[in-house]
Design a protein around this ligand. Structure first.
Ligand SMILES: *Cc1c(COP(=O)(O)O)cnc(C)c1O
Length: 356
């Protein structure tokens, strides 16, 4: 049976990227060696990482003065690297869910954290207005897409202080004005590759302003200076990332990704709003295009397990909601075909016919 992959991360990737990676694992471009057995200092791997960086620069129209880094440690390591490198005394954080809270928790190790906006009052079901950004804070940290709660901020804020964004789960799903950010980071495993590589887009002139000693591996300047090759980079994951970005480019770039994301999300949200058995958990204005959260309507609460079973029998994968939200979550990342969105809708309609 055809599977429809709604996993939240790691998640669906373009088929062509998987096929090309599989080939390269056996024989990289006909050189008679596997991608994962060659030196990261070889000219073959250097060409791969250079092209990956060039694709980032091109697809997101990254201006001069910024570097793209490929690191290990996941987005979670960035939660501490950001304050380590940028916080002198105080930073402002926007609290929009689990990941945002984890980021703020690490920052507290280095100074004062001021939570300037939060949606905790309604269990993170909306994106709070970000106003009154304190000009005496060293930076403002936001999470643009809240993977667990399904809220998203799609505008690039005007911040009077350096703006730092965790874009783990919506990177490359829309054009971003990178010039408005000091630093953008994320784990690759939601829209741009497999787990194992973390991307960081950093404006070089924000670095080197704190007095504390920073261990080499946690100092962005180390990785800027060494072109992400201070130590062995995650070669395999970077290769797949390159293939994913080549695919994004071939589809028409981030503008095309955005158009698809809008259409795909609309198909699913329209059905949630129409179907009397389901309700969306997020305020419409804040609804994420990437992670679509919904629950069973009150009257049908006892049908949750039955729907999960039915959806599974129809090939749906990964639609069980995160334990903090319950219900269902359909993640609709870049590589998810419209056909899968429509299959989920068909499944919801059939379930309604049989049960409501
Ligand atoms: C998944 C996720 C993370 C954590 O990423 P890791 O690479 O597992 O550390 C952080 N932030 C957001 C928004 C995420 O979706």
């Amino acid at each position: 049976m055809k599977k429809h992959n709604f996993n939240a991360g790691p998640c669906i990737l373009p088929q062509v990227a998987l096929e090309n990676t599989a080939k390269a694992v056996l024989d990289l471009d006909g050189i008679g060696l596997s991608l994962i057995t060659i030196s990261h200092r070889s000219k073959e791997f250097q060409a791969i990482i250079d092209e990956t960086e060039a694709l980032w620069m091109e697809l997101l129209n990254i201006p001069a003065g910024y570097k793209v880094l490929f690191l290990g440690g996941g987005a979670s390591t960035q939660f501490c690297m950001v304050p380590y490198n940028l916080m002198k005394t105080k930073a402002a954080y926007v609290e929009t869910g689990v990941w945002a809270k984890k980021a703020a928790k690490e920052a507290k190790l280095f100074g004062k954290v001021e939570v300037i906006a939060s949606s905790v009052d309604k269990n993170f079901t909306y994106y709070p207005k970000v106003t009154n950004i304190p000009t005496d804070a060293d930076y403002l940290h936001i999470t643009t897409n809240n993977t667990i709660y399904g809220t998203e901020l799609r505008e690039d804020l005007n911040s009077p202080i350096p703006l730092v964004a965790d874009m783990s789960s919506d990177i490359m799903s829309r054009p971003v004005d990178v010039s408005k950010y000091a630093l953008i980071y994320g784990g690759a495993q939601k829209n741009v590759g497999p787990a194992g590589v973390t991307f960081v887009i950093v404006k070089e002139d924000i670095l080197g302003k704190v007095d504390r000693p920073i261990p080499s591996m946690l100092d962005y300047r180390t990785h800027v200076d060494k072109g992400s090759m201070y130590n062995t980079p995650p070669c395999f994951a970077i290769y797949t990332m390159r293939e994913v970005l080549k695919w994004v480019k071939a589809q028409g770039g981030v503008k095309a990704m955005e158009k698809l994301a809008i259409e795909r999300a609309k198909v699913i949200y329209d059905e949630i709003d129409r179907n009397k058995m389901f309700v969306g958990t997020v305020e419409p204005a804040s609804r994420s295009r990437m992670n679509i959260c919904f629950v069973m309507a009150e009257k049908y609460k006892d049908k949750e397990e039955a729907f999960l079973e039915f959806a599974k029998s129809q090939g749906m994968v990964g639609i069980k909601g995160h334990r903090d939200v319950g219900g269902f979550r359909a993640s609709a990342y870049n590589a998810l075909p419209m056909e899968s969105a429509k299959a989920l809708v068909a499944c919801m309609q059939e379930f309604e016919k049989k049960n409501a």
